[in-house]
Design a protein around this ligand. Sequence first.
Ligand code: APR
Length: 240
Amino acid sequence: MMKIDKKIVQLAKLIKTSTHTVVLTGAGMSTESGIPDFRSRSGWWKNIDPLTVATVEALQSNYELFHQFYSARIEALAKCKPHEGYQMLANWEQNGLLHRVATQNVDGFHHQAGNRHVDELHGSILTYRCQQCEKEASKQAFIDKKHCSSCDGKLRPNVVLFGETLPEEAWNNALYHIQKADLVIVIGTSLQVYPVSQLPTMTNGTTVCINKEVGVEQSFFDLVIEGSAKETLVNVNQLL
Ligand code: APR
């Protein structure tokens, strides 16, 4: 078993020699900023059935619970900020070492940290619309449980709910860059949710996984680093 720092050295070398690098992130990228992920021991789905809060059916049949769940996530997010690992990715983009970030996260932290080329594959919890007429709504109107000002419809955050299709432009961009990439680094995702779970298999480039828990989902990667996203990114950065 290769010592972990050798893997850090290997990853740094891959980043320096790559001509097109893409990073794909999941909720594990934000846990060190204080935001729970979904499927770990302390994840949201450990105590809540996702089908009761994160579907259109839930929005329509139990808006009270739907609103409570997303209000709690919005409130929790307001107390958090991107950690150092996010800063590393923003620096790599600035220095031409990173060409695209695709994320399943809805927290907007990649943008907040300074990355400009980010595809938000599961939407955003920072913007809102009417479920019925799609009219844009404000955060305050959603928080205050207001209805749509033009059609009286229910308001929701622009996150992709289970059963909904992904934003086409974000998906097409992410797919384009992953197919073009010679290095794809996947950080903090259990790769349980389709179709994003398929993206790492859609590249001919070298695939690297950085994850706290490593299982069968990670078995096809060329390089697996079992550990914290923040620490790994900071350690790799020191070698760039
Ligand atoms: N560093 C590295 N990995 C971590 C860290 C960390 N600090 N914290 C957690 N992880 C790992 C966990 O071990 C887990 O394998 O990140 C992974 C997070 O997986 P999930 O909780 O399943 O989150 P994600 O893969 O992003 O979920 C995909 O599912 O619920 C939906 O829409 C939601 O976008 C989300 C999608």
